[in-house]
Design a protein. Structure first.
Length: 162
């Protein structure tokens, strides 16, 4: 068994901290730019024992990070300094009983049609919202999205590399 999987299995004894944030891109992200961002994130996340998912639509990001509180907060501090996106807003900070994305160093969805069908986002986008930034204060919808991924319903849309 790899050290990576041993660390994740050890989560039963360790509190798992979850941070969810949204932000807006300051520059256009091509598919190649997104792939490069993900490649770096996956290596970095593996070294910090952080898992999660990143959604990207219409120039906005929605990201879930899970791991130790120290590591997640440290990573988010680095994200806050990244000038490629602005209007960074933390939507959720909480302790959770187990990881929702235990096998994902960073799952990724860049499919607008698939994202618009995610639980919690169906009505949101049908109401004319075009940005994840509009999720401010909507904790119920945010939890629906996370739970939809956790239950596996939307994982087929995610590009996964452990």
């Amino acid at each position: 068994m790899s050290e990576q999987h041993k660390a994740i299995e050890g989560d039963a004894e360790e509190e798992i901290y979850q941070l969810v944030y949204v932000s807006a891109a300051t520059v256009p992200f091509s598919q190649a730019d997104l792939e490069q961002l993900l490649s770096r994130a996956r290596v970095n996340n593996a070294s910090l024992d952080i898992t999660g998912v990143l959604l990207f639509i219409d120039g906005t990001f929605f990201q879930v990070l899970e791991g130790s509180q120290e590591n997640v907060n440290s990573l988010y501090e680095q994200i806050e300094l990244d000038e490629r996106h602005i209007e960074k807003l933390v939507l959720v900070r909480r302790i959770i009983p187990q990881r929702n994305f235990a096998e994902w160093r960073m799952g990724f969805v860049n499919d607008e049609q698939a994202i618009c069908q995610l639980p919690g986002f169906v009505d949101f986008f049908a109401d004319g919202h075009r940005s994840f930034l509009d999720l401010r204060g909507d904790s119920k919808r945010i939890k629906e999205v996370i739970e939809g991924f956790h239950r596996g319903r939307w994982r087929r849309h995610a590009e996964l590399v452990s």
